[in-house]
Design a protein around this ligand. Structure first.
Ligand SMILES: NC(=O)c1ccc[n+]([C@@H]2O[C@H](COP(=O)([O-])OP(=O)(O)OC[C@H]3O[C@@H](n4cnc5c(N)ncnc54)[C@H](OP(=O)(O)O)[C@@H]3O)[C@@H](O)[C@H]2O)c1
Length: 306
């Protein structure tokens, strides 16, 4: 078993079987960490430094005994937002983030060694639909469902900071570009089926981040004396139609046609996900002198699609 606290090289990742968690686990292993993934469906690991532990995301259990031997807990849990938002699914989206984070923050407060880092995901949905306005971490929250969710999610994580020897770091994550999951994967798949369309007029701002830069920032949050929220986005947001055009060029496809917002609004509140415009700046990462490997979309796509 690893030594407790700061001497330990064990990181626990709740939700570590998801898209970001898988990439983070591999990255940390390659850097000599032992990773314990909390999952509702444990599987056999083919890497000796990654272990899967059962939990239900709702109640304290055996998993709590892992905390004293770890140096950090990364919280990446959350039901996917890519579903039709009904009263029931919105409650699941909420509980899988807010209640799970409350559980983790309470456990960390009670059982984490000193010092300890608690890195808990949030999203740029915090800022709501900004239209043409630019914004950084100083900006106030929006007031739609996603914004209210992010506020409650972050408040839950901050409960761990009641202990002064625990650093709580909250990446407000933008749209993560990775080859095998998420936004890019969805677009590539729709291209493959000949569905070349994008939501709205395409003028909405997209604040994105390359998976590797996100993972590097979380790694830094584990080891550097960072505290509080930061925007996990690349410094160059882009309009959706430009993103689509650049992607289409890489894939040798036509950029597609816009889907009228009126049609999307038939999906109800779910449409906010596709129509929101967010031009977000990573001011805090830049203050912390974080160097982006993929600051612009062309370089990012080059690496992701090659
Ligand atoms: N990817 C993005 O573009 C993006 C952008 C902004 C914010 N984020 C946030 O970052 C976090 C990770 O994103 P991701 O893309 O890696 O998501 P993902 O692939 O959907 O993985 C999420 C993980 O959450 C766990 N989970 C789902 N419902 C749960 C519940 N009720 N209780 C406990 N665990 C639950 C699942 O773990 P098991 O099934 O293994 O238990 C799953 O592996 C999420 O909170 C997401 O909202 C992601």
């Amino acid at each position: 078993m690893a030594a407790p606290g700061s001497a330990s090289r064990t990181v626990i990742i709740a939700g570590g079987r998801g898209a970001i968690g898988r990439a983070l686990s591999r990255w940390l292993c390659d850097r000599g960490y032992t990773v314990v993934v909390l999952t509702r469906r444990p599987v056999h690991s083919n890497r000796s430094q990654i272990r899967y532990e059962q939990w239900d995301g709702q109640t304290p259990g055996q998993w709590i005994s892992l905390l004293p031997a770890a140096c950090a807990l990364v919280n990446l849990t959350g039901k996917s937002l890519f579903t039709l938002w009904t009263k029931r699914t919105k409650q699941q989206i909420w509980d899988s983030r807010v209640r799970t984070t409350q559980l983790l923050a309470t456990a960390v407060r009670q059982y984490a060694p000193s010092p300890f880092a608690f890195i808990s995901a949030s999203a740029i949905g915090y800022y709501g639909n900004l239209g043409e306005r630019k914004c950084d971490e100083q900006c106030p929250p929006g007031d739609d469902f996603l914004a209210r969710l992010c506020i409650a999610w972050e408040d839950a994580a901050m409960q761990a900071a009641e202990r002064k020897d625990i650093r709580v770091v909250i990446p407000r994550i933008g749209i993560v570009l990775q080859p095998d999951a998420g936004f890019l994967h969805l677009l590539r798949r729709s291209y493959r089926y000949g569905l070349c369309a994008y939501p709205g007029d395409g003028r909405q701002w997209i604040s994105w981040i390359h998976i590797q830069d996100l993972i590097r920032s979380i790694d830094a949050a584990i080891t550097q004396p960072w505290n509080g929220v930061y925007n996990a986005v690349a410094p160059q947001p882009i309009r959706l139609h430009q993103l689509i055009a650049t992607l289409a060029q890489h894939l040798h496809r036509c950029p597609g046609i816009p889907i009228p917002p009126a049609l999307l609004r038939l999906l109800g509140e779910t449409a906010t996900l596709a129509l929101s415009s967010q031009q977000i700046h990573p001011t805090r990462l830049q203050q912390w002198e974080f160097s982006f490997q993929f600051p612009d979309l062309a370089t990012a796509l080059q690496s992701l699609l090659s």
